[in-house]
Design a protein around this ligand. Structure first.
Ligand code: HEC
Length: 91
């Protein structure tokens, strides 16, 4: 049992897991109404070419836009990992 737990892959690099852990899915999930869905945000990122600059830009919008707690709590590192995952079409 313990062996199984220890052999789990590092989830820190898994944007989907991070998004779930940080509650992003609560507001941005497929059935979300109040916030743009992950798919539409991902499409926005793809139109900008998935560049590091595009990811940084969205991170900045998250920090500076409406004060949303979920946007303020997440670390830059985790947010960028989640945004990169969204840019890949949330896969
Ligand atoms: C409490 C609900 C809520 C949570 C939790 C939440 N968001 Fe949002 N998010 C919103 C809303 C609402 C908007 C639209 C903001 C606007 O119109 O200015 C938004 C917008 C965004 C945007 C577009 C940038 C912008 O401000 O327009 C990104 C990117 C984003 N969220 C990413 C995330 C990520 C990543 C997480 C998890 C760390 C997250 N959000 C968690 C509600 C939420």
């Amino acid at each position: 049992m313990l062996g199984t737990l220890l052999s789990l892959p590092a989830v820190a690099s898994d944007g989907g897991q991070l998004a779930a852990d940080h509650g992003c899915m609560n507001c941005h999930g497929p059935t979300a109404k109040a916030a743009p869905s992950l798919q539409s945000l991902g499409a926005k990122l793809q139109r900008k070419g998935e560049s590091p600059e595009a990811l940084q830009h969205l991170l900045k919008e998250m920090r500076e836009g409406k004060k949303i707690q979920g946007h303020q709590m997440v670390s830059d590192e985790s947010a960028l990992a989640i945004l990169a995952w969204m840019a890949r079409g949330s896969r």
